[in-house]
Ligand binder design. Structure first.
Ligand code: 26V
Length: 742
């Protein structure tokens, strides 16, 4: 960046009579002007990350930090009488749902930071993930019109637009490039659909409801839209430099498919190579098999995409033909490899009138990876067991990570300064140096406690302002913030909190250290039970917070519209990170890593990356409870009966769903929730009651341990000191070396 010129212009900037949005745009554009150019992609291997979601978070502060001008900008604005925090009013573009989208953003950040050429391709949704309001305790969804603030960090590239053909319409894909700053500048290219009104709907919404045929077709159109635009561009670029022989294509282009959403690109690639460039099908497939890699992010069956052949044929007949060809080719290969009929069926790409996108991805991809050690193990032994048997070399693990620039340097300046003081500043560019913290002295413990106090106070001030709940700073802060899903078991946390509440009331808990439970979660708009859980949390929070006999020691707050910017505050201020998914179901989790890096201990199950977290930070510095994957498997096998696990004590908490303690607004949804736990044949699918008692006891233990302030701070510091492994710099280095060859 041409820093001096930027700072000079900034000094000369006239801020009088300008509103925050105008200033935001002016300063951002100034930074863009002097930032420098996107790095060249020519002549060497590049990797491309195709993802339906990029959850970038607020760009302003992060970009100025990456460009190395944040602190000076603050100062110059302060001299003009402007507090840089005014830009917090600018909401971030939430072009993603949760973990998968945020991971994509962390990866782009790390690659740029490491100087590696990794570029993103996705969709420029007009509306991102809905904004969440809470009315009477219920979630209400409001449109996220993020572009109303302007979009100064993107550049529209009129001259690089492309036509995307469907059987019934042609859509223009217009690219918007968002530079990703670091040691080199990479790009995130988001495509916007233009043309007719119908064409425009393609990039209108993130995850349009897909419970109708129309909705499903729209989603298929979206997936094809950005995939075809991206691969069309990469093919054109290649042909320009290397001509129509594609043998060098894989060497120069590594394409990472972020879950199954972009997997249709494989068929599109083969379609173009065979139709336009006259390669044979087997040549084209062979090139594809050296170009694409697939990451799986979930084992939940409902999230494994399959497309009705009828639908694909309707809007993409040529693509459908290619898919069928790949399926037939795969079947033949399975036979040649000696698969049984059953095994071949398990791996089949086409069956029962549907294309199975994960099977397609596994068949074609050069590498297939899970996102934490346990998850990859489960892929090998369960979900893709047959494929693993016949193609063992494809499978790899790549444990997720988070960018320590946003999730430590930016969100926790105070802790970063303490780390600088303790181990030097080298960790900022070489995160492995964080381990130098391990030999900390009492002085560091004291300073760490002060940092935590400050960050907690900042968080509590923010919550007081935003949610209208005030909490004294002596409270231990527990946080469970993530998408709402039954497998993540927010419900189990609420039950455990109710148990704490009743114990305090009855006096059976003695002197409990004051504790705050923070929940933050959005539910998919059509996911009824998840929405009921949100209502339940809010009911419980109201009751507990207004009980004068207990609210000096126990409070609950549901923070509205949890997003990346809220997360930055919560991870820095929390003491305890709640990661309590049913073992085997959370592929990795990345929130767990953010908390760890900011010095919260993990209270969680042996699931996803929690396992690797405690492996590194020490079991003794974290709180692990609940059934393991093996134990869950046994329960499943022997017929799990949740009632058998319901202690009298837990019963009090669970029965508040039906005994009139709380109101579901007359919807009957609390009763339905209760029945899902206890009344049906396959009740309590997520083993809430199996783990509830353990969970409660673990929380009590944490409260007791917290009384030893120094001891607890030491545990927290140990987590910080051993979090380097969870920087996405480490993850990206592994992808670059072991998958992409860049
Ligand atoms: C997508 C959708 C979209 C529409 C609504 C329902 C639904 C359900 C599931 C999915 C797939 C989500 C996949 C996902 O986000 N997985 C998360 O990926 C993170 C990054 O690898 C990982 O840390 C989380 O454990 C995993 O849940």
């Amino acid at each position: 960046m041409e820093k001096a010129l930027f700072l000079q212009d900034l000094k000369e900037l006239n801020i009088k009579n300008k509103n925050v949005i105008d200033l935001y745009n002016e300063i951002s554009l100034l930074a863009m002007k002097y930032a420098g150019d996107i790095g060249d992609t020519k002549g060497k291997s590049n990797a491309y990350y195709l993802s339906m979601e990029f959850l970038m978070g607020r760009s302003f502060y992060n970009n100025l930090m990456e460009l190395g001008v944040l602190e000076e900008t603050k100062q110059i604005l302060a001299d003009k009488g402007l507090d840089v925090n005014v830009f917090e009013e600018i909401e971030d573009a939430a072009l993603g749902n949760g973990g998968l989208g945020r991971l994509a953003a962390c990866f782009l950040d790390s690659a740029a930071g490491l100087g590696l050429p990794l570029h993103g391709y996705g969709i420029r949704y007009k509306y991102g993930l809905f904004k969440q309001a809470i009315k009477n305790g219920f979630q209400v969804e409001l449109p996220d019109d993020w572009q109303r603030f302007g979009d100064p960090w993107s550049v529209r590239r009129e001259d690089e637009k492309r036509q995307i053909e469907y059987a019934d319409m042609t859509v223009t894909a217009v690219p918007y490039d968002m530079p990703v700053f670091g040691k080199r500048i990479n790009y995130l290219r988001l495509w916007q659909a233009e043309g007719s009104a119908e064409a425009e709907t393609i990039s209108q919404y993130l995850y349009p409801a897909d419970d109708t045929e129309e909705g499903k077709l729209l989603r298929l159109r979206q997936e094809y839209f950005f995939s075809a635009a991206a691969i069309g561009e990469l093919i054109d670029r290649y042909v320009k430099s290397y001509g129509k022989k594609f043998d060098k294509f894989p060497e120069l282009n590594s394409i990472q498919l972020n879950d199954t959403h972009p997997v249709i690109v494989i068929a599109e690639f083969i379609r173009v190579l065979t139709k336009t460039y006259r390669l044979s099908f087997s040549q084209a497939l062979n090139i594809a098999r050296h170009t694409f890699n697939y990451t799986n992010h979930t084992v939940l069956p409902e999230a494994l995409e399959c497309w009705k052949e009828e639908y694909v044929r309707k809007i993409l007949p040529d693509v459908s033909d290619v898919l069928t060809k790949i399926a037939v080719f795969a079947d033949r290969e399975f036979l040649k490899l000696g698969c049984s009929k059953e095994q071949a069926l398990g791996m089949a790409i086409f069956k029962g009138g549907n294309f199975y996108m994960a099977n397609l991805a596994v068949f074609v991809a050069k590498n297939v990876n899970g996102v934490a050690a346990l998850h990859t193990q489960i892929l090998k032994t369960n979900l893709f067991a047959t494929a693993h048997r016949f193609y063992p070399d494809k499978f790899q693990n790549k444990t997720n990570g988070i960018t320590h620039r946003r999730w430590l340097e930016l969100c926790n300046k105070e802790l970063s300064a303490l780390i600088d003081e303790t181990v030097g500043v080298g960790w900022r560019s070489d995160i492995s140096q964080l381990s130098g913290l391990n030999g900390f002295t009492q002085d560091t413990v004291d300073k760490f406690r002060e940092v935590k106090r400050v960050k907690k106070q900042q968080l509590l001030n923010y919550i007081a302002e935003k949610e209208g709940v005030s909490i004294p700073a002596n409270f231990t802060v527990f946080a469970q913030v993530k998408r709402l899903h039954e497998y993540k078991r927010q419900l189990m946390t609420v039950f455990a909190v109710l148990e704490l509440y009743y114990s305090i009331k009855s006096g059976s808990l003695g002197n409990m250290h004051p504790s705050l439970f923070i929940f933050g979660a959005k539910s998919a708009p059509s996911y009824k039970r998840a929405k009921t859980i949100i209502k339940f949390i809010n009911e419980v929070a109201d009751k507990i917070n207004s009980d004068e006999s207990t609210n000096s020691v126990l409070k609950v707050v549901f923070v509205r519209n949890y997003n990346v910017s809220y997360a930055e505050k919560i991870v820095a201020g929390a003491d305890v990170s709640l990661q309590v998914s049913t073992a085997g179901l959370e592929a990795s989790g990345t929130g767990n890593m953010k908390f760890m890096m900011n010095g919260a201990v993990t209270c969680g199950t042996m699931d996803g990356a929690n396992i690797e977290i405690v492996e590194r930070a020490g079991l003794e510095n974290n709180y692990i409870f609940g059934a393991t994957v093996e134990e869950i498997a046994k329960l499943k096998l022997n017929g799990y009966k949740p009632m058998e696990y319901l202690t009298d004590f837990a019963k009090n908490a669970v029965e508040t769903l039906i005994d009139g303690t709380f109101s579901d607004g007359g919807t009957g949804s609390f009763k339905e929730l209760y029945d899902s736990l206890l009344a049906s044949d396959n009740a309590d699918n997520y083993y809430v009651l199996r783990d509830l008692d353990d969970y409660f006891k673990t929380l009590v233990k944490i409260c007791e341990d917290y009384a030893d302030k120094d001891g607890f701070a030491r545990k927290q510091l140990k987590n910080v000191a051993n979090s380097a492994y969870f920087s996405s710099d480490r993850t990206i280095k592994e992808y670059a070396k072991e998958i992409w060859n860049i």
